[in-house]
Design a protein around this ligand. Sequence first.
Ligand SMILES: Cc1ncc(COP(=O)(O)O)c(C=O)c1O
Length: 423
Amino acid sequence: MHYFENEHLKYQNNQLYCESVSFEKLAHEFGTPLYVYSKNFMTDRYKEFANAFSKINHKIFFAAKSNFNLNVIKLFSDLGGGIDVNSAGEFFRTIKAGVKPKDMLLTGVGKSAEEIELGIKHDVLLIKAESLGEVYQINELAQKLGKKAPVAIRVTPDVDPKTHPYITTGLTESKFGIPASQAVDMFIECNGLSHINLCGIDMHIGSQITSIDPYVESVIRMVELTKLIQAKGINIEHFDIGGGFGVKYLKETPFTPGDLAEALVPIFMQLDCEIYFEPGRSLTANGGVLLSKVVYTKSNEKKNFIVIDAAMTELLRPSIYKAYHHIQPVVRNTKDDIIADIVGPVCESGDYLGKDRTIENMESDELVALMSAGAYAMVMSSNYNARCRPPEIIVDGDKYFLTRSRESFEHLLYDEKIVDGLH
Ligand SMILES: Cc1ncc(COP(=O)(O)O)c(C=O)c1O
């Protein structure tokens, strides 16, 4: 079978380690399922990105939607990054992580009036609008609050990023942003509004994009558009290219930040703007593992099944996007490989983690690692089947920290009760 490793998640004497801590030790102490993240993987990815673009005036805003663990948010903030928050809930978490609103971008296709007010009241760095109606809404709310709101408008450059349709966002038919064809007129109209400081243009063409070409094509279009808008006397100070930078889940060969910088910096140089980036997955995905345990194995005339204690409730991506997460034993054994479906305990046929996988034959109680689980994993978890969310550990060298405990049944009830008078 194939073993997935990187500099911070690798086998030592046939035992899988996160930095200097073995997964076996973590499973023993915290149980399974369990999320484990490598601090130094995330730090390295951030620094690699920042170094690649060090020649230009830029700022990196970590997309909290990919992993909103408070300590992960704080890590990127401490490294000098801002945070891209997509909802009032992410704003709240980011504040709790100690980040100031002036280091946050407020994004999202359907921000409510309450969410916009929150952003204006707390003076977030920038509110990114995705429709004319939203810009008017921001203007009205800013007027009510006696403020002038800093606004960028998201434009769809209409370039196909060749990724999964569910994570394609830059086409004209997608629900996001406004079409490039309407952009100049809309910027002129919005620039006249009294309580808006229209200062940015924004794109985000999709996620898990592994080729540079869609970025180059989109950025060329957006730079041309920005020049047209600036020629109308509108002061565009920021150009935000969003995130979406792809990672290796199996055999992908994504570009590096260095490759991206080499292709894009000469195009950015044509603009006198600060460049914003909103990476999520590329900073965290391959620094995370969902650790699980085999509960049962079984076979019939058609299939082998390995039933593990993690499910779609902890890792939804295989069920909703048929996404691939490599699955491997924590302790490498010498048994023959088999082909098996790796499935969870939830009552859905769609609850699987891997289909037709070549994997060492495993037995009950053996530990398995679901790789690349640092992004769009815990954030998409649910309590379906009344399952408790797992704890999250961050490893730093030979130290490890419990950042969030396993949920209890009491957490599941929160404020729910049998009410008087109903029965
Ligand atoms: C507006 C915006 N910015 C940034 C991101 C982060 O994308 P990724 O995690 O693929 O880098 C997303 C993800 O969907 C997004 O919608």
